[in-house]
Design a protein around this ligand. Sequence first.
Ligand SMILES: [Zn+2]
Length: 289
Amino acid sequence: MIDAFFSDTYSADTPTASMAKLAPVARAAERAGYVTLHDPGLIDREKLRELHDPDYVRAFITGKGRLAAAQGWDWTPRIRNGVLAINAGMIAGARMAMEQGTAANVGQGFHHAKPERGWYFCTFNGLALVAQEFPDKRIFVLDCDEHCGDGTAEFTKRLPNLFNFSINGTDWGMHEGERSICRHLKPVKDDFTPYRKALEEAFETIRSWKPDLIIYQAGVDPHIDDPVSSHSMTTDQLLERDRMVFRFCKSERIPVLFVLAGGYQTPIEEKLVPLHLNTFRAAHQEYCL
Ligand SMILES: [Zn+2]
């Protein structure tokens, strides 16, 4: 089974499915026999103060000030604790993936979070956090969410061991540079070829950059029925995407930590859980069978 990080602290009532979906997904993956769940505890707040503007971290920890709700939801202690647990799962998951070849965090990478603030349902950037935690390791983020990884892109300017490759249907404008690539694609439902080519370009980039760890943001908000999707990918295309990624990571022997990222369909159990579960199924098939 795949080692995955999750605790009941991860879940919170959020206006979007973002943190409300985590417990149903984790329990479904456990029931299906894909994962063994581990509790990562809470992140050391000092690590967050190193990563983000300390004023922003203070506002979110205390719930006081305008920036406490910068990610777009009214602040609650439950959301605060959930974010601290999910961030802890990023570091624990990264460490386990580098030891064992693969691991999961049943939470989000929070790729929109920028150094000075949260943004669009993302509080503290757990992808950049991994790069900060392991400065002598090369961390490659393969971001396959509907939206571009604009927050992570900002962190590539500060963290020389971080690479951000974003394949997206919605590009809000992200920093591009030597270690930050944006591939913005039109709707792909009738033709998966451009998406496949973008993935193959990412794989080539990985081969030449030689990371110690890939963090795969397996968003399901590119799905055709998702309210925010412009990628318009079918369920089968998302599954094919996941299979290509895991097949590549395994054949190249590069450790991979995978995380959920976006996905906003409701009802959660009926619409969203099966899509996220497919990512666990693809990883399980590649690594455990
Ligand atoms: Zn998204």
